[in-house]
Design a protein around this ligand. Structure first.
Ligand code: 5AD
Ligand code: SF4
Length: 412
């Protein structure tokens, strides 16, 4: 079983449903005649399916005691305010609701040792106060490692001489079905920029997976808007498109032939279509300064998308800075209290503890790779991406439970 429980619709306001989880209320986008009194699954703030009352009540009876135990656990783990040292004046400003400047943000990113630890536990308390202990888990299905682009940082860029694969439509749908059977309620369909799958093929795939009652997240790169519109009509409701870096020059260097401006336009168009959008950046691209990182965070916030997705740039020779990546999570939490912050798989490669540390630094969302093993091995975005655990779902659920995180939706 994965991490999602049904909630009861207690109110409808236009297109929004107020969903109750044991007394805790979350907002979710509700389409197709959802009505008060129904039980639903919601993911990322979108109602994805209706659950028959008897089934919902059975699941909730199983979870009720556990739900309050988890809350208690999260309270225990997320209450201790540690001395903030040199960061105290900055946090004080935030507490008083005053904006902090870029230099202060840089200082937060550069925090080390005890200061950094205190910073993260402060951000974690903020996460608990603002969004409670909800945590969502997305299954990511990497269906093709073909890519026509040549992003300098990427291990599957077009010029790389490597073994390529494309899953057939049947394989994609079957892999999604397996994940749904495990309990996943959100599936990310990811690939390189692969023209092989045309609009009709993608529409067919989305339609079939949508019938399984899950949130479909697209992570397929730059497609024309008509394709994205068609995929929305087919049932996809979320899109993951990082802008990678807010530094125009660095962007143009890292993504030859591409312009930051166009990427931003795509993100805004996806928002306009109605997609729940997740965006973000890489931390530590060659030549990037802390000022760029601050600008990356501010651009994500300014875009007003639904979820932050950022992670360390992983390079063969250079060890990425775990502390800085965790400080980034904490800083985002401090300046965007309600943010949904994904703890990304790239962060997880930096340390076996990273997933936990990310969740304790202000993060509240995770991804699990659901790609069939023979393909996952070939989806080498960066070194160390493929991990042979076989038990990731179980391990993640037990981690979430040990941290007191509940399978309730994060809401909108
Ligand atoms: N290290 C970390 N993340 C990477 N990505 C691509 N290459 C790397 C790398 N070397 C990320 C990009 C892209 C996502 C699919 O993978 O940010 O948006
Ligand atoms: Fe292709 Fe994405 Fe890698 Fe760029 S980051 S080369 S678009 S898979």
């Amino acid at each position: 079983m994965c991490y999602a429980i049904p909630g009861k619709v207690v109110k409808i306001e236009g297109h929004k449903a107020i969903v109750d989880y044991f007394g805790e209320k979350k907002t979710a986008l509700a389409e197709h005649g959802i009505s008060v009194g129904q039980y639903v699954y919601a993911q990322g703030g979108v109602v994805v399916s209706v659950v028959p009352e008897t089934e919902a009540k059975k699941i909730l009876a199983f979870w009720e005691k556990k739900f309050f135990e988890l809350k208690k656990k999260d309270d225990e783990l997320s209450s201790e305010k540690k001395p903030l040292g040199s960061l105290a004046p900055i946090i004080d400003k935030i507490e008083k609701g005053r904006p902090i400047g870029k230099d202060e943000m840089k200082k937060i990113l550069q925090a080390k040792g005890a200061d950094a630890e205190a910073l993260r536990s402060y951000a974690n308390i903020m996460r608990k106060n603002e969004l409670k202990n909800s945590c969502c888990v997305h299954g990511i299905l990497e269906f093709s490692n073909h890519c026509g682009m040549n992003c300098l940082y990427c291990g599957i860029r077009a010029t790389r001489n490597m073994q390529r694969y494309r899953m057939t439509e049947k394989e994609i749908v079957a892999a999604a079905a397996r994940a749904v059977k495990l309990g996943f309620k959100a599936i990310v369909l990811q690939s390189g920029e692969d023209r092989f799958y045309d609009r009709d093929a993608l529409v067919r795939i989305v339609q079939k997976i949508r019938k399984m009652g899950v949130l479909i997240f697209l992570s397929i790169g730059e497609k024309d808007l008509r394709t994205y519109e068609a995929l929305y009509s087919a049932g996809a409701r979320a899109a993951l498109v990082r802008f990678e870096t807010s530094n125009e020059r660095l962007y143009a260097r890292m993504r030859p032939g591409k312009k930051l401006e166009d990427r931003i336009k795509l993100i805004q168009n996806l928002q306009r279509i109605g997609y729940l959008v997740s965006t973000g950046f890489l931390i530590g691209l060659p030549g990037e300064r802390d000022e760029d990182l601050v600008n990356n965070i501010l651009l994500t916030k300014q875009l007003g998308t639904d979820m932050y997705s950022f992670g360390p740039y992983i390079e063969k020779e250079r060890k990425a800075d775990l502390e800085k990546a965790l400080n980034t999570i904490a800083l985002v939490r401090l300046i965007d209290k309600n943010a949904k912050i994904l703890v990304t798989t790239a962060l997880e490669t930096l340390s076996p503890e990273a997933k936990k540390l990310g969740l304790l630094a202000g993060g509240n969302s995770l991804m699990i790779d659901i790609t069939p093993e023979k393909y996952a091995k070939l989806y080498t975005l960066y070194k160390g991406k493929y991990k042979e655990t076989g038990n990731e779902v179980k391990e993640t659920i037990s981690l979430l439970q040990s941290l007191g995180r509940a399978p309730t939706d994060l809401g909108r």
